[in-house]
Design a protein. Structure first.
Length: 579
């Protein structure tokens, strides 16, 4: 009986190898059978992928990690020699990771990937000569299951689609470094597991109206910098634009204009690490985002996404050696560089000019409010000169330390560093080290919730050299690897998407011990009597600060903060620098 059960289990996993059957099966998608009006829902889509997994030796679908919805993240791998996901890291072929349905109301990539992967397996296997394709069919599974026909008020189809928020109502397109979702936790670990060369995420845009069906975002080239930044700007982007133009699908950089008319210019997108293309910068991966236009018909948007994905695969297939070399050089440079920019602003001195295909627009009274409202006239296409400000310039540069130390106990930070491939070395003994400390001196906090957080900004701090006793089990994070850039941007408190600014260290901002005034009065008086320098500083502050001079409680608190009674942990980041 056991042998029979075993044979049944084995037979259920046997793949179809009869080429006659495979060649005659069409593997039609819901998109095709609905005449381009419907997108494949989650359960039917996964079933479709599993059918391909059964019939093609080159394709595997596997589960990798969990999502907030309680369903595992499915990963599709397609490779000429049938390698499974666990075998592809370090391949000499280009590894391309495609991520769909991060916003399930924007499902163009879901259906485009199904069509393209099937076509590659049946008629375009030469695209796998130098490429391995990895696809997340549905990233935001909770949102994909929560289907409706109305939440995308500006969008032209499909007939039904998923919802932007995931099972926690998080926008996963803002979750890549804070990792509040299990989805993002799984994604971070997937990046380390396969180390892709290209990452492509598929979206539908909101914003201005124009003639193009698709626009694109890339990892910001000047932020990426080094060998990869140059190769991206000089080779990859021009080649992809040319390939799309050859396919009669001209595209331009993402039109980052919302609510206002398109005039004569627009700017590049600041992809901080909360976005995927900002995270890929920190992991030395080429990152791209497609943005099909919301008002174009669904079938046209899927076609444009298909063509973009195909063009990217074609480029990688033709340029694998150069891609691999640029990434290898980048990793060497990152590990050896002494400082990194951690914040950026637009460089208004650098722009490209091109002919932009838009529509006539104007203003007219609103039937709702009576005020002037913007409108575009699609019956009047128009081409005009457009300036695109493509570059960023660094505004904050931080020297890289020899190592960071992290006090044990901040498990949210420990986990996120580990998920992203950072090695945390546990101290084996208690030890006292002279080290640089950060004491937070000022910060502002958002007054409205943003993706489950009230984040900090305009953070400032005082750096001082102190002796600190670390405990057995505290962590040392050595720098000198290709993860250095990620570590610096997460641990330097004033970086825009630092773990401090995302509230993971907020416990240090609350004082835990205090004093009773009538008890501390005598201690404070004795402290000022025996410390003339402190007494002089105290008197100077009273002379220069009228509010302080007229507030006895503030004066007593000032002395308390300058005494050994004041807790050393308050406002002190549990992250230290070893120079």
């Amino acid at each position: 009986m056991k042998k029979l059960v075993l044979l049944l289990v084995i037979s259920s996993f046997v793949r179809c190898t009869d080429p006659t059957i495979i060649n005659t099966k069409e593997y039609l998608t819901i998109f095709e059978t609905s005449d381009g009006k419907q997108s494949a829902p989650y359960f039917k889509g996964i079933a479709w992928w599993k059918e391909l997994d059964q019939d093609f030796a080159e394709l595997h679908i596997t589960e990798f990690g969990m999502t907030d919805a309680g369903y595992p993240l499915h990963i599709v791998t397609i490779c000429q020699n049938g390698l499974t996901l666990d075998k592809i890291k370090g391949s000499n072929k280009s590894i391309i990771l495609i991520n769909n349905a991060i916003h399930p109301g924007e499902p163009d990539g879901v259906d485009a990937s199904m069509l393209l992967f099937r076509d590659i397996l049946k008629t375009k296997k030469e695209l796998l000569d130098s490429c391995i394709l990895v696809c997340i069919p549905y990233y935001n599974i909770g949102g994909a299951i929560n289907r409706n026909s109305h939440s995308r008020a500006n969008q032209n189809g499909p007939e039904e689609y998923g919802f932007r928020g995931n099972a926690q109502n998080l926008d996963l397109n803002r979750d890549f470094v804070k990792c509040d979702s299990k989805n993002a936790e799984s994604f971070a670990q997937l990046l380390q597991y396969i180390d892709p060369d290209f990452y492509i995420e598929t979206h539908v845009s909101n914003g201005a109206d124009y003639q193009y069906t698709i626009t694109y975002l890339s990892t910001q080239p000047t932020k990426l910098g080094y060998a990869m930044g140059t190769y991206l700007a000089d080779e990859i982007i021009p080649s992809l634009e040319a390939k799309m133009k050859d396919k009669k699908q001209e595209m331009v950089p993402y039109v980052n204009v919302h609510g206002d008319a398109l005039y004569s210019s627009y700017t590049t997108f600041y992809d901080s690490p909360k976005y995927s293309s900002g995270l890929t910068t920190l992991h030395n991966i080429y990152g791209f985002i497609t943005e099909t236009h919301m008002l174009k018909p669904f079938d046209k948007r899927v076609q444009a996404t298909y063509q973009y994905l195909e063009s990217s695969i074609e480029f990688c297939n033709e340029n694998t050696a150069a891609i691999k070399n640029s990434r290898g050089e980048q990793k060497r440079l990152i590990s050896g560089t002494s400082n990194y920019a951690i914040d950026w602003n637009l460089d208004s001195a650098k722009s490209n000019v091109f002919a932009f295909n838009g529509y006539e627009y104007g203003y007219k009274p609103s039937e709702v409010t009576g005020e002037q409202r913007l409108y575009y006239d699609r019956s009047k296409p128009k081409t005009w000169k457009m300036y695109f400000y493509y570059a960023m310039k660094p505004t904050v540069i931080r020297e890289k330390p020899k190592a960071y130390f992290l006090r044990k106990g901040f498990t949210d930070v420990e986990d996120r560093l580990t998920w992203n491939g950072v090695i945390l070395e546990s101290l084996k003994n208690d030890t006292t080290i002279e080290i640089i400390s950060y004491r937070i001196s000022n910060y502002e906090t958002g007054q409205s919730a943003y993706e489950k957080h009230y984040g900090h900004y305009n953070t400032t701090y005082i750096r001082d050299t102190i002796k600190w006793q670390f405990r057995k089990g505290d962590f040392r994070i050595n720098l000198g690897t290709d993860k250095d850039r990620f570590v610096v941007e997460m641990l330097e408190p004033d970086a825009p998407d630092s773990y401090f600014n995302w509230n993971f260290f907020d416990a240090i901002l609350q004082q835990k011990e205090w004093y009773s005034g009538y008890v501390f009065e005598d201690v404070a008086a004795q402290l000022l009597r025996t410390n003339p320098n402190l007494k002089a500083e105290f008197e100077d502050k009273k002379k220069s600060d009228e509010g302080f001079a007229n507030n006895p409680r503030s004066q007593l608190t000032w002395v308390y903060h300058h005494s050994e009674n004041y807790e050393k942990e308050h406002m002190r980041l549990p992250v230290f620098r070893l120079e």
